[in-house]
Ligand binder design. Sequence first.
Ligand code: BGC
Length: 437
Amino acid sequence: MFLWGTATAAYQIEGATGEDGRGESVWDTFAREPGRTRDGHTGDVACDHYHRWREDVALMSGLGVNAYRFSIAWPRVLPLGSGEVNERGLDFYDRLVDALLAAGVQPVPTLFHWDLPQALEDRGGWLNRDVCELFADYAATVAARLADRVPLWITLNEPFVHMAFGYAMGVHAPGRFLMTDALPAAHHQLLAHGRAVQALRAAGARQVALTNNCTPVWPASQEEPDLKAADAYDVLHNRLFNDPILLGRYPDLSAYTPSLDFIRDGDLATIAAPLDALGINYYNPTRIAAPTGDGLPFSDAGITGHPTTAFGWPVVPDCLRELLTGLKSRYGAALPPILITENGCSQPDTPTEHGTIEDEARVDFLDRHIAAMRQAMAEGVDVRGYFVWSLLDNFEWAEGYHQRFGLVHVDFATQRRTPKRSYHWFKEFLKGQNTDT
Ligand code: BGC
């Protein structure tokens, strides 16, 4: 069955951050610090999904998707990251899973979408190797409750973005500015993934995947410094996270770190445990030029000549085809089936005087990206699912509520949900799909 779904993440939609025994996450701490998010927005209320989940499941069932990718908040299940389990947190996801199944929607949980328990951040966060074992324990705890009904699991969401924005550049929680010294945060996330794969399989999970954010990298010119910088960016954004998982080895990192002593014997074998699928989040390509002397081995040259989203991201649908066929040629038989676990765009989405949201640009974006995915499939790439980011307008991390990605508009003052034109378009589209292929 081809999975057609929507995707969300716990901190971006749930709210209720202080309810039913949930512990603090790094995002609670970070968003409260002045100047960290636009207009000081936090996820304290977000879409209030923790209370309105029935309405949100009904929106999905009305849409006609057969899958839903959401994330489980580690601090809801283990308020201190380890130790005592908060059964009320597990109860929430248990009820959600049952409601999804009753609505004919396959639950696809992600175990980590950036909301590390603050208690673990206080012990060094992803720079501390001990967190890998604690993640495996957390995975086992969740799977013990849900694996009887959840066939497909995703361990991590975008370890690249978490490392780069959270640990290298400090623009996401936990707000560290370590530049290339952030590399241990990549390795420890990957090792945690590998240990979680073992824990999930031991608990009866049938299928396990990991989601990476990938981008086609275009050199700004064919001059040697730009080509070298583009290669460095490809290594740090794409290959650092795909090579160890799929090939059991890291690309050459010697130019970026004085020492790789955080990698121990046996780690790569754990990281490379076979997966049932690779999740790919795709938003845009990246154009890279030679470094400018800020400490990074590349610089962002920007892309012109294409339409852009409200975020300013270039819209280049054919790059999804380029990305997928590129993965196939790079990894060959080592590439498992692919799930597009996120694809979508932010748009201004102002309601009309009649209260409708005419997001034609999003309809066009989705239509053209789905066509590009199908072109890649026609060229031999095994894609098994496509999830729109996102079901709802939500808390867009450092941008707060300023970027709207939803198929459903959320009025954050009233929590009123209004399906946009794109929701109605996707619903009609899904009616025409044969989900067996
Ligand atoms: C993340 C989402 C985020 C989206 C749009 C992805 O990197 O997984 O959480 O909202 O991009 O920025």
